[in-house]
Ligand binder design. Structure first.
Ligand code: MN
Length: 737
């Protein structure tokens, strides 16, 4: 970098730049540093020049560029604050002074001074955020040239970068800067791990190029075919983010399926959701990976839709869908707010970026700092906030448990001990009972409520974020699943005997085992539960002389055993009230608790079922009971298989609320922002969106299917009413597939 190149760069984005001022600052810094040299042997001035150049990438104002050129003068030369003020003005003097104050702060030492140092750093940057921007550029250049620095000094600087500056960049929304800082620090702190991952990535290199290109092309064409102009850019993920994922999920490199990330840049928010719909209807999405940071932006102002799909060639592909403006924000973060706003007058921004969330965080932190008397408490608070990829929680005895972000009390329980996780039935966070599926926050004190003899529901596997919890749940549920099937089989068998009014006992069944070609009662139950054997066969094995006609007079026959009346809704044999009907529950029906209860249960694949619905069960070989709302047209497919119909009822556990799946068919007026409105309404009503797919569009309307999770029918109805209340939403109906 040469001085004239720097000036050219500034001119490119700021035609009103004061070229003479930039040149004066350069000449001043060069003279002040004189014959000083960098560790690389290069003249010292190369450093401030490169730092200024990095800041031109963020398109910052003259004061920031000039302060960057001067940033080490007070610290390292004879220069004084007064001299800077006199020659370059108060604004620039203050910036350089701010940088000087934080220059020698040791932010990673274990000493008590650390808290005070962090306090000074935050005070300096809260005063004028440009101080932070210059500091980050300074650190980036120092990290880029760290290999010239004596080895003994590298670890401390890298640690400080990874612990303080990279998270701070991320917290301020500057993702690219954060990634580069992390990557450089990782190389120096863990050279072996870095080299190993780098090596694997290089091996992938030749193969990944064409694959990335193919996915880019396919995605661009699919979107173009639907009239969406999109720019698709793919890349291999960074070594550090791969390493973190390997650590977090305790998996090997080979097991990592999503090594590729793709960015889809579109013109409008409406196009973001439309593109998402197309992606989801073209490839199958990976459950639990959809995140809507447009309707609910991250604290650092990050906006995007995230999803993962099984894309071309069965490759898992992570997608970030956003507008150009969102992309710019993700790259520049807080710096985007500090840019020249007014190109006509060329007025420099004052560095006080009031409108940004990230800056609001900074102000809040500094305010608590002003109130706080305990420096160490402040340090904990601030450092915790910085590490927004992790949460730190405590056991009631004060033991610190570090968990990845979005961790649940279940993860916490398994982090404490496998036995604690396996027997967890509830959690108290800061003294209040919360669902086990809630998200933990920094500083939470978590107490796990346990009950011996419990097994973790298999649904937890999809909820937890730690590898340890996932593996333990898988182990424990494998045994539980076997028990679920035999439990279901037992219920079906016992009811079959009740229905024909014949005595049943395990002794009688034991005698009939040879006729069923099974060796144990559990075997019989499991076979019935899995749908491999019909309850009618069991009845016939125990009572070989029993004939179906005999029971006909009693109002139930063996084969159809009562579901007939229920199916027709005549209520002749059994009436099956839904849970919402209250009092007259059919107690002989099989109780349905939800996913992960005592029985193998799933919900109608198209449309789901929620408590409050009148429901029937269909025994599905290999998967257990599938629950359908009674109005579901899909049920006609089972009309000729009466033996598969099961009489079921809701049995909701109030202490452990669960969400249930449902689908909405929504027709909206085609105008910008309408999809965001839909997402917002559902989010604000505490509904959980699983997926959105666009199923049709005309010039005036968009049709979409939304998969949501709700607590019950009342909740679902409330969401539907809320949606209908929006003028832009034309129609909303529940899907009964
Ligand atoms: Mn420097």
């Amino acid at each position: 970098m040469r001085q004239y190149e720097l000036v050219d760069r500034v001119k490119a984005y700021n035609p009103h730049t004061d070229e003479a001022l930039l040149n004066r600052a350069y000449v001043y810094a060069m003279r002040a540093h004189g014959s000083q040299k960098r560790a690389s042997g290069a003249p010292y001035i190369s450093h401030p020049l490169e730092v200024a150049a990095i800041l031109t990438e963020l398109k910052l104002d003259d004061a920031t560029i000039v302060a960057a050129l001067l940033h080490d003068t007070i610290e390292d030369t004879e220069t004084t604050r007064e001299e800077i003020d006199r020659l370059f003005g108060h604004d620039i003097g203050q910036l350089v002074d701010g940088l000087t104050k934080i220059q020698k702060l040791d932010l990673v030492s274990k000493k008590a001074a650390q808290a005070e140092n962090l306090r000074k750093l935050l005070l300096a940057i809260a005063d004028d955020v440009r101080v932070l921007l210059i500091k980050l550029a300074d650190r980036l250049h120092n990290m880029r040239t760290l290999h010239f620095v004596p080895e003994g000094k590298r670890a401390r600087i890298s640690e400080e970068t990874l612990e303080i500056y990279a998270p701070l960049a991320g917290r301020m929304g500057m993702q690219d800067l954060r990634e580069e800082l992390e990557s450089l620090a990782f190389q120096h702190l863990m050279p072996d791990a870095y080299a190993a991952i780098r090596h694997r990535l290089d091996e992938l290199g030749p193969k990944s190029g064409p694959l990335i290109e193919r996915i880019e092309n396919e995605l661009t064409q699919k979107l173009a075919a639907s009239g969406i102009k999109a720019q698709v850019k793919g890349r291999l993920k960074r070594a550090y983010s791969i390493w973190k994922k390997m650590e977090r999920k305790s998996v090997s490199f080979e097991q990592l399926s999503d090594l590729f990330g793709f960015r889809v840049i579109v013109d409008s928010v409406a196009d973001c959701y439309a593109a998402l719909g197309i992606v989801h209807t073209t490839w199958s999405s990976v459950p639990g990976r959809f995140k809507d940071y447009i309707s609910t932006p991250k604290q650092n102002d990050y906006h995007s839709l995230h999803t993962t799909v099984v894309g071309p060639g069965r490759q898992r592909v992570e997608l970030q869908i956003r507008t150009r403006e969102m992309d710019r924000l993700a790259e520049y973060g807080i710096a985007a707010h500090a840019l020249y706003k007014d190109e006509a007058t060329g007025q420099p921004s004052d560095g006080k970026v009031r409108e940004s969330n990230a800056y609001a965080w900074l102000r809040r932190t500094v305010e608590t700092l002003a109130e706080g008397e305990n420096a160490e408490e402040f340090l904990e608070h601030t450092k915790l906030e910085l590490f927004h990829d992790q949460v730190f929680c405590f056991t009631p005895k004060g033991r610190l448990i570090a968990l990845p972000r979005n961790a649940t009390p279940i993860d916490f329980a398994y982090a404490v001990h496998t036995d604690v996780g396996d027997t967890a039935v509830g959690a108290k966070v800061n003294g209040a009972l919360v669902p086990l599926v809630s998200t933990l926050r920094n500083g939470d004190e978590v107490e796990i409520v346990r009950a011996e003899g419990q097994t973790p529901p298999s649904a937890w596997e999809a909820i937890v974020v730690t590898g340890k919890a996932r593996a333990a749940i898988r182990r424990a549920t494998r045994a539980a699943v076997r028990n679920q099937y035999s439990g279901l089989g037992q219920q079906i068998v016992e009811r079959a005997f009740e229905r024909i009014e014949k005595p049943y006992s395990e002794e009688r069944l034991k005698i009939a085992l040879p006729r069923l070609a099974r060796t144990s009662i559990e075997d019989v139950f499991a076979a019935v539960g899995r749908g491999e054997m019909y309850s009618g066969d069991v009845v016939k094995a125990v009572y070989p002389d029993y004939r179906e006609e005999q029971a006909a007079g009693a109002g139930a026959n063996l084969a159809e055993g009562g579901w007939f009346g229920m199916k027709q809704g005549q209520g002749l044999v059994f009436k099956v009230p839904g849970a919402g009907d209250g009092a007259q529950e059919n107690q002989s029906a099989i109780p349905i608790r939800g996913i992960g209860g005592d029985l193998p249960v799933q919900f109608a694949p198209n449309g789901g079922a929620v408590p409050g619905d009148r429901i029937v069960g269909i025994l599905t070989p290999g998967t257990g009971i599938t629950i359908y709302p009674i109005q579901s047209p899909a049920l006609t497919a089972f009309d000729d298989q009466p033996e598969r119909w099961l009489d079921v009822r809701w049995d909701i556990d109030e202490a452990h609320p669960q969400r249930f799946p449902a689908q909405l068919h929504v027709t909206v007026i085609n105008e910008p922002g309408v999809l965001a409105q839909v997402a917002t309404v559902i989010g604000e009503s505490d509904g959980n969106i699983d997926a959105i797919s666009i199923t049709g569009k005309t010039a005036d309307f968009r049709e979409m299917i939304i998969d949501i999770e709700v607590w019950d029918l009342r909740h679902l109805s409330a969401i539907i009413s809320q949606l209908k209340a929006k003028p832009v939403i034309h129609a909303v109906t529940r899907v009964n597939g």
